[in-house]
Design a protein around this ligand. Structure first.
Ligand code: SF4
Length: 507
C-alpha cells in the first residue's frame, strides 16, 4: 500500500501489478466480461450515476453491503444474494455484526451452473419458493461480482409472483464505487417499481400519512433527526415525510407523494431520477447548525412556495435555540474529517459552527449538485473538500494538518492513533448521533471533546512503547529479526496465482 509515511503494515501483495488497490478482484477483466455478457447498459448507467474521479476508486467495504443492509432493514422484504460463497460469507457476517437479525438467502453456484445458465434457473426457483404474500411484500435479488460479470440476467425474473414484487439488481464491486451508492441502487430500483405501480392505478396508503404537504428525507439518518426536522417544518405548514431508504414498501408511495425532496445525502442519483420523473423538485444540504438550518428552511420554503414571513417566523423560533445549544457545547481544536457515509460535509459544517478548526474534509462519495451549498460554505471558510477521497489522501491530510482529532475510517483512525493523535470512527461514533436542528447542535461536542481530552493518554502510551520497534522488528529483541522481502514477494506471487485460478472457476 503506498501512502504518505504511514506505519500501517504493508500487504504481501507487492510488485504484482495486477489487482487494483482496494478492489477485491481484477476489476478490468470483470468489467469487460460483464460488458460482453450483456450488462453494458447497467454499467454505463452506473458510470454516469456514480462517476469516479477526480480521484481513483476509493477504498471501502464491498459495495453490496449497502444495498443488502437497505433490504434487510425493510419489513416484509426478503433478500437473496447470488455470488461467490466467500463474498456471501463476508456480507452476511457483516450484516449480522450490525444486528440484521434476518435471514439472508443465498443461491450457490458452481462453474457448471454459471456457464450453462442453470444458475439463473436456480435463482428463479428460489424466488418462486420464497414468494409468499403472507410473509413478503418484496424479494430483492442481488447479483454480486461473478454473476454480474457472467451476465446472469436478473431482469428476466418475473416482476411479481403471487403478488410479491421481485426486484433484481446488479451490485458489482467493479461498477459501484462505494457501499453508500449501492444503497441508492436498491432505493432507486424500489422507487422505480413503486412509481410505476402508482402510475398504473391506486396503491395502498402509507401508514402514517400527514394531512400537510411533506418533505421526503433522502438518506439514512439518526432516528431522532426526522422528528426534529418535522418540528422545524411545522410552522411552515409542512411535515417530515418518509426517510428514503424506507422501512416498508408503502412508505415508498408516501415518499413519492411529497411536496419536495430533501437530498440530505447528496449521492442518491438514481433515487433523485425517480423523484424527478414523478415531478418532484429536490433541494440539497440539510438543517445542520444555525447557518445551515436557516439556509435550508429558506430553500425548502422557496421550493414549496411558502410565504417568506412564515419562514422568517420559523427561523426566529429555531435559530436562536440552535445558536444557544452550539454556544453551550463549544469545540476547540483542529479536526480532520473523512468517511464514506456521504454526510461528511454536514458533520464538518456542524463542527465548524461549534468552533472547531476543520482544514480538511474527505468523502468517498462523488461530487453532485446537491452538496454544492455545503461545499461552497466550507470552501468559503477555507476548508479543503476532497470528493472520492482515497485512503492515502485522507492519511496525507492527517500528516499535513496534524489535527488534535482525526475523524475517519478504520485505517485513518489506526494511522492517527499510531501517531498518538486522538481519533474517532466516523461510522460508529459520529453517524450514530443526531446532526439536525436544535438536537444536533452540540451533540457532537461531548464525544469529540472527550476524544481530544485523551491526547495526554496517547502521548503517555506512545512514550511507554517508544523504542519497541515496528513491522517485522516489533518487540524487544537481543537480535533484531531480519526482514525478508524476497519471501514476501514470492508468496505474494503464489497467492495471486491461486486467487486468479480460483476466480477462473468462479469460486
Ligand atoms: S461481491 Fe465483489 S466487491 Fe463484494 S466481496 Fe465479492 S468480489 Fe469483493
Amino acid at each position: 500500500m503506498t501512502d504518505a509515511g504511514t506505519t500501517i503494515r504493508e500487504r504481501d501483495r507487492l510488485d504484482i501489478g495486477t489487482a487494483e488497490e482496494g478492489a477485491c478482484s481484477s476489476t478490468d477483466t470483470m468489467r469487460e466480461a460483464a460488458r460482453e455478457a450483456g450488462k453494458s447498459d447497467i454499467l454505463d448507467r452506473y458510470e454516469a450515476d456514480y462517476p469516479v474521479g477526480p480521484h481513483d476508486q476509493p477504498q471501502s467495504m464491498c459495495p453490496a453491503f449497502g444495498s443488502l443492509r437497505v433490504g434487510l432493514r425493510m419489513r416484509r422484504t426478503a433478500t437473496v444474494l447470488s455470488g461467490s460463497a466467500c463474498c456471501v460469507y463476508g456480507l452476511t457476517f457483516t450484516s449480522h455484526f450490525y444486528g440484521a437479525r434476518r435471514t439472508v438467502g443465498y443461491v450457490p453456484f458452481s462453474s457448471e451452473t454459471l456457464v450453462t445458465g442453470k444458475l439463473f434457473e436456480d435463482i428463479k426457483e428460489a424466488v418462486e419458493g420464497l414468494a409468499d404474500p403472507e410473509l413478503y411484500d418484496a424479494i430483492v435479488v442481488t447479483n454480486l461480482c461473478v454473476p454480474t460479470a457472467s451476465g446472469v440476467p436478473l431482469r428476466l425474473l418475473k416482476k411479481e409472483i403471487n403478488g410479491v414484487r421481485i426486484i433484481g439488481i446488479d451490485v458489482p464491486g467493479f461498477g459501484v464505487p462505494t457501499h453508500a451508492e449501492a444503497k441508492d441502487i436498491l432505493a432507486g430500483a424500489m422507487l422505480n417499481y413503486a412509481r410505476t405501480e402508482a402510475e398504473e392505478g391506486p396503491v395502498a396508503a402509507p401508514g402514517n400519512r400527514s394531512d400537510r404537504p411533506t418533505v421526503t428525507l433522502l438518506g439514512e439518518m439518526f432516528p431522532a433527526d426526522p422528528v426534529g426536522i418535522g418540528q422545524m417544518l411545522e410552522p411552515l405548514g409542512l411535515a417530515a415525510g418518509p426517510v428514503v431508504p424506507t422501512r416498508e414498501w408503502r412508505e415508498l408511495y408516501g415518499a413519492l407523494d411529497c411536496a419536495v425532496v430533501a437530498a440530505m445525502h447528496p449521492f442518491y442519483t438514481a433515487s433523485i431520477r425517480e423523484f424527478t420523473a414523478a415531478g418532484r423538485s429536490v433541494v440539497g444540504s440539510a438543517p445542520v447548525g444555525a447557518e445551515g438550518t436557516a439556509a435550508w428552511l429558506d430553500t425548502v420554503g422557496d421550493a414549496c412556495g411558502i410565504a417568506k414571513d412564515k419562514v422568517r417566523r420559523a427561523k426566529d423560533r429555531f435559530i436562536p435555540a440552535i445558536r444557544g445549544a452550539l454556544a453551550a457545547a463549544p469545540v476547540n481544536g483542529r479536526i480532520t474529517v473523512s468517511g464514506y457515509e456521504g454526510s461528511e460535509l454536514l458533520v464538518a459544517r456542524l463542527l465548524i459552527e461549534s468552533g472547531a478548526d476543520v482544514p480538511y474534509v474527505g468523502t468517498a462519495c462523488p461530487r453532485t449538485q446537491w452538496s454544492d451549498p455545503d461545499r461552497e460554505w466550507l470552501e468559503a471558510k477555507g476548508v479543503r473538500v476532497n470528493y472520492r477521497a482515497s485512503l492515502q489522501e485522507d492519511i496525507a491530510a492527517v500528516e499535513e494538518f496534524g489535527p488534535d482529532l482525526a475523524i475517519g475510517t478504520t485505517p485513518v483512525v489506526q494511522h492517527a492513533k499510531q501517531k498518538a493523535i486522538p481519533a474517532l470512527y466516523f461510522t460508529n461514533l459520529i453517524s450514530a448521533r443526531p446532526l439536525m436542528g436544535p438536537a444536533g447542535a452540540g451533540s457532537l461536542a461531548q464525544v469529540v471533546n472527550a476524544a481530544m481530552g485523551n491526547k495526554d493518554r496517547f502521548a503517555r502510551m506512545s512514550a511507554f512503547f517508544d523504542g519497541v520497534g515496528k513491522e517485522h522488528g516489533a518487540g524487544v529483541w537481543e537480535d533484531l529479526p531480519e526482514d525478508r522481502p524476497a519471501f514476501k514477494k514470492k508468496y505474494a506471487a503464489l497467492n495471486e496465482a491461486a486467487r486468479k485460478a480460483a476466480e477462473a472457476v468462479g469460486e
